[in-house]
Design a protein around this ligand. Structure first.
Ligand SMILES: C[S@@+](CC[C@H](N)C(=O)[O-])C[C@H]1O[C@@H](n2cnc3c(N)ncnc32)[C@H](O)[C@@H]1O
Length: 286
């Protein structure tokens, strides 16, 4: 006979158990590569309880049966489990490195009519996307607008559609954008009441796509630059190694990969990527 599921402290018996937490963890891992460590049982409860209620299910157990069957509801549950915390100009040294080592080559390519492709993978609500594009356009409005008219695109992708909607709306509290060094925010954003809106030239370069990094990638072309920061911290080692190997393949020769401050490239990707600075890698067949 099966042991009765262990009830978690503070939760009515039968509503949410340690077994339910284990079942949700297994689903999050299989679907999105996300690892929910043991200490996250109450976080899972608070994130999923509103969805359980809205679905009309009386217990987590019956909601879990529902998400096993219903892909759309499963997707909603995964989105609710993501952590979307981000801010403008996070890990400033990446933007400084990009401005001094990478931008000049990209600006030159764009000026010659070439293609420039960037990817903010796990872009959340857009602060990384806009910080990167403002840095690419640079401190001179006329020169930046010329770059924006070139064949220059940034793909902003995330598994969480609600975060991407905020990214695409491109509106933030005025104090949030202040983390980006002047004159970039002054040139590349427009005041809108208490808020600012990212300027049209910057927005014209961005494309938004809901994408699970753990699944197939429909993009055809390769990228000059990939930012994937503070996303892999939620994944286990085999998932991280598979992902960075796919990033290495998705870069043009000489392309750049930026990862978060507590992340590292390990495994087979190291055959293609050389360290170019702290948490910065370059495809070595440049
Ligand atoms: C903490 S935010 C990082 C945002 C930004 N890159 C930064 O460094 O500030 C992590 C993002 O990764 C996304 N994410 C988590 N697992 C994912 C997956 N399997 N595929 C795509 N995005 C994922 C989450 O939805 C979340 O928006």
């Amino acid at each position: 006979m099966l042991a009765a599921p262990e009830t978690l402290p503070g939760i009515s018996p039968g509503v949410y158990s340690a077994e339910d937490f284990a079942a949700v963890s297994a689903i999050a891992h299989a679907e999105a590569g996300i690892v929910l460590a043991e200490g996250k049982a109450m976080l899972v409860y608070s994130r999923l309880a509103p969805l359980v209620r809205d679905s009309g299910c009386a217990t987590f157990g019956s909601y879990i049966l529902r998400i096993r069957e219903d892909a759309a509801e499963r997707n909603r549950a995964i989105m609710a489990l993501t952590t979307n915390h981000t801010f403008f100009y996070r890990e400033a040294h990446h933007f400084e490195h990009f401005a001094s080592h990478v931008r000049p080559g990209l600006v030159d390519t764009a000026a010659r009519g070439g293609k420039v492709r960037l990817w903010s993978a796990g872009s959340s609500s857009g602060e990384e996307t806009w910080s990167l594009l403002m840095t690419l356009l640079g401190p001179d409005r006329a020169a930046g607008e010329r770059i924006a008219r070139g064949d220059v695109r940034l793909l902003a992708s995330d598994i969480a559609a609600h975060a991407l909607r905020k990214a695409e709306a491109a509106r933030y509290r005025a104090d949030e954008i202040k983390a980006v060094p002047e004159p970039l925010p002054r040139i590349w954003s427009v005041p809108a009441g208490d808020e600012v809106e990212i300027a049209p030239a910057v927005r014209s370069m961005a494309r938004f796509r809901t994408l699970n990094l753990h699944g197939p990638w429909p993009m055809q072309g390769k990228f000059d630059v990939i930012f994937c920061r503070n996303v892999m911290i939620y994944f286990d080692n085999p998932t991280k190694e598979r992902l960075v190997a796919r990033f290495a393949e998705a870069l043009v020769p000489g392309g750049w990969l930026y990862v978060g401050h507590s992340e590292r490239v390990t495994g087979p990707a190291l055959q293609m990527l050389a360290t170019a600075g702290p948490t910065i890698y370059r495809r070595s067949d440049a």
